[in-house]
Design a protein. Structure first.
Length: 255
């Protein structure tokens, strides 16, 4: 169905005659419309590849559609409807416009889990400290996508954690809510406390009356309930009492 020029020849009154005819290319009369296409948030739908075209010469054909790209902002806007435009090439080289509406259905949260090998810092000595804990939560959705959230992400709700607790264990609940759907997972914390102290005596243990105590060489080793041994790095972690240089004789001091 392309236009052009043709010459029609014939005879009239015994003479040869010709007529030059200009054939115009048909134009689009109407294009069958499409209903609204539903798609899940974040999922680009498959758009119609072709459309039924009604031409002004009465002929109906099926023609391919060239669609515009779908914007990420549109497809990731839950519970919204937007329009995608397209074109169908007409016989005269111009383009007929088509469009379709896309309705974005909000994705639904299906579950959360810990990302493999990301949870650490859940065993403590002496006291709990949230700053020590590391981990990444993976949220999964019904559209096949997933999202990673650091344990300190403000969108996560933390409950059951007590920084000041002296209990040897805590079960912390981590939950995430998306579009009114909430999923949660647990995080187990363990606290180890000292059960005994081993003291190494100072290098100097003999004094003359009036001398001051020399604490050089004193070390403390903390023995924890799991058998771990630690030497405090802070020199102020211990105090000595009971030393009196005015007393003559041998006597113990307390560290």
């Amino acid at each position: 169905m392309t236009g052009g020029v043709i010459t029609v020849k014939g005879q009239a009154a015994g003479k040869e005659v010709s007529v030059r005819c200009i054939v115009k290319a048909p134009t689009i009369d109407t294009i069958d419309e499409y209903g609204t296409i539903d798609t899940l948030e974040g999922i680009v739908p498959e758009l119609p590849a072709s459309a039924e075209i009604h031409w002004n010469n009465g002929i109906q054909t099926t023609e391919e559609i060239e669609w515009d790209d779908i914007k990420d902002t549109d497809i990731n806007s839950p519970d919204s409807t937007f329009t995608v435009s397209g074109r169908i090439k007409e016989r005269d080289g111009t383009y007929g416009k088509v469009s379709v509406k896309i309705h974005v259905i909000p994705k639904s949260l299906t579950g959360i889990s810990w990302k493999k090998d990301t949870v650490s810092g859940t065993v403590f000595y002496d006291n709990y400290s949230w700053a020590q804990i590391k981990g990444v939560v993976v949220a999964t959705y019904d559209n096949g996508t997933s999202e990673e959230l650091d344990i300190n992400d403000k969108r996560l709700d933390i409950s059951g954690y007590d920084e000041a607790s002296t209990s040897t264990s805590q079960l912390v609940n981590v939950s995430y809510t998306y579009e009114e759907v909430t999923k949660s997972i647990d995080l187990s914390l363990t606290l180890h406390l000292p059960k005994s102290i081993v003291v190494t005596a100072p290098a100097k243990t003999s004094y003359y009356e009036g001398q001051t105590l020399d604490e050089a060489g004193i070390t403390l080793t903390l023995i924890y309930d799991d058998g771990a041994e630690m030497v405090p790095e802070d020199a102020a972690s211990h105090t000595v009492s009971g030393f009196d240089s005015s007393l003559i004789g041998a006597y113990p001091v307390t560290v």
